[in-house]
Design a protein around this ligand. Structure first.
Ligand SMILES: *Cc1c(COP(=O)(O)O)cnc(C)c1O
Length: 533
């Protein structure tokens, strides 16, 4: 049942769901089907041998002993190991291949970072341990804080926010506290069209009215329109730089000057700091607050829901309002944890509150510091250069085939942006992305930013080799040619993945997260019912 296609492309292997080539097991060579653990586990098996409880032994559970079965699937150790190993092989990972997701910076995670983060002195500390027993960990937080301040040219940093969006909220709350302190109840936050979606969400969550600022035809903030909208009701402007069109906002200093002159603050979304680290200091551009995604710029495995870490660097004007707790070096030379009880000793009585119960993500702090120190100043600047070089290589290698809406706006930063203009009627960015799965790649970010029709945002990261980029470009050219030639076969892609097209909206809106079946007494019967689509 090969789908008809005009370009003559044919899948070179049997198609999933093709009954003629279906296998007995549902496996296709090394692509193994794997049912849910509840479907293969059963109540009579356990991976451990425990002695039968003595019937006449007095219970020490005070009447709390379980009266019915626990409802967990039992597997032997080899079954259990196989289950999770099989599942792990269905993952796509940065350690398997290029990860072209834009606005995400899927970095290689140097093993050195992992080794350092797992050292027991860092990995096993507890946030409620007496400060005297965690001085080394506090030194790490403080040292990292110093580097973040140095790299950004800012005045201070709030280390506790746990993701980019959390950092945005922290920055906006600092801005609100600063405005309240001067008795200025401004209501509006301006967000350019090209901003990341978390920006307007953050401003709205903090109680502000959000207003759009349009982009110019070349994909940057429209400076004149922004200036025209500034006034006594504008609390802040939130600008992503480099922006989500992959472009550097060249007018940043002029924007900041205008916002400050109108009495507002400048929030910069620094999630894309990756592209400018070691090259540009946001502090020199007049930024008042900016979050840094440690999990993007400074390498921590992320995706799939965590972990994140979003320290916020602050200007002198906002520093007094930074949330507790934070680290500060005392007059005795040691690093202290500044909390409610000692904040006044460190001249910090105006904190707006706190973002988290404790001090942030220790594992990510150690990874980020290891990354920064092992790269050094020259290495970090080279990270930015290579990230930008790789993205421009992709942009220029594809722009003859794929529509590059801002190809004329000069070099891109760390990500290349394309649109679906020129695709044959009825074929979309989604079809192209699905076909990329057959080529062995995780798709790029799709339909974002919103300012470009059928957007494809591609970020290769700096560690990809030229050979790796060339292969990816070859795959993308092949599927792009098919999309332009009207190859209807694209509509049914992917052909070779364990699952074909899923209802992604349904999966996101109504995820089924609980097992509602009955645990089988023996696993074999359950197993025969699974597999296939
Ligand atoms: C990733 C990203 C964010 C949000 O960061 P999270 O850690 O996912 O909350 C905000 N802005 C931009 C530009 C981003 O790329």
């Amino acid at each position: 049942m090969n789908a008809p296609n005009k370009s003559g492309w044919k899948p070179s292997a049997p198609l999933a769901g093709d009954t003629e080539s279906a296998t007995f097991t549902g496996n296709r060579a090394l692509m193994l089907e794997e049912p849910l653990i509840f479907e293969i586990g059963h109540i009579e098996t356990t991976g451990v041998d425990l002695p039968e409880p003595q019937a006449d032994a007095p219970s020490r559970l005070g009447g709390l002993e379980r009266t019915d079965t626990i409802g967990l699937p039992g597997l032997s150790e080899p079954e259990c190991v196989r289950h999770y190993t099989r599942l792990s092989r269905q993952n796509y990972a940065i350690d398997l291949g290029l990860f072209p997701l834009g606005s995400c910076t899927m970095k290689h995670n140097p093993r050195l970072n992992e080794k350092v983060a797992r050292m027991p002195g860092f990995a096993d500390v507890h946030p409620l341990q007496p400060v005297d027993t965690v001085r080394g960990a506090l030194e790490v937080v403080s040292e990292l804080a110093n580097w973040l301040i140095t790299l950004t040219g800012m005045h201070s940093v709030a280390m506790s926010p746990k993701a980019g969006a959390h950092g945005e909220l922290c920055g906006i709350l600092c801005i609100r506290a600063a405005l309240e302190a001067r008795g200025d109840a401004r209501k509006v936050v301006l967000v350019p069209e090209s901003a990341h979606g978390t920006n307007p969400a953050t401003a709205a969550f903090a109680g502000y009215e959000v207003e759009d600022i349009p982009a110019t035809a070349e994909g940057r903030v429209d400076l004149e329109k922004l200036k025209a909208r500034l006034g006594p009701d504008v609390a802040a402007v939130m600008i992503t730089n480099p922006n989500t069109c992959g472009l550097f906002e060249r007018d940043m200093k002029e924007i900041s000057d205008a916002v400050h002159a109108a009495g507002g603050f400048v929030y910069c979304d620094g999630a894309n700091f990756n592209a400018i680290v070691g090259k540009v200091r946001p502090g020199d551009l007049g930024v008042d607050a900016m979050h840094i995604n440690l999990h993007k710029t400074f390498s921590t495995p992320h995706g799939g829901g965590g972990p994140g870490s979003g320290p916020v660097v602050l200007s002198e004007a906002l520093s007094p309002y930074a949330p507790l707790p934070f680290t500060a070096r005392g007059e005795d030379g040691t690093v202290h944890l500044v909390e409610e009880e000692n904040a006044h000793e460190f001249g910090h009585s105006d904190a707006f509150g706190r973002m988290t119960a404790f001090h942030g993500q220790m594992g990510m702090f150690t990874r980020a510091l290891a990354y920064i120190l092992s790269h050094g100043a020259d290495g970090l600047a080279q990270v930015a250069e290579d990230a930008v070089l790789n993205a421009n290589y992709i942009l220029r290698s594809l722009e003859d085939l794929l529509h590059a809406p801002f190809g004329e706006s000069g070099p891109c930063m760390h990500e290349a942006l394309f649109g679906d203009q020129g695709f044959a009627e009825g074929l979309s960015t989604l079809d192209l992305a699905k076909a990329l799965i057959d080529e062995g790649y995780h798709p790029m970010t799709m339909y974002f930013p919103l300012v470009v029709h059928g957007a494809m945002l591609i970020e290769p990261t700096e560690t990809e080799s030229k050979a790796g980029l060339d292969q990816f470009i070859g795959a993308l050219r092949s599927v792009a040619e098919r999309a332009k030639a009207g190859d209807e076969g694209l509509k049914a892609a992917p052909y070779f993945a364990p699952r074909r097209r899923l209802d992604e909206t349904q999966a996101a809106r109504k995820p089924i997260l609980a097992w509602e079946g009955e645990l089988a007494p023996g696993g074999a019967a359950a197993r025969s019912e699974v597999g296939g689509q």
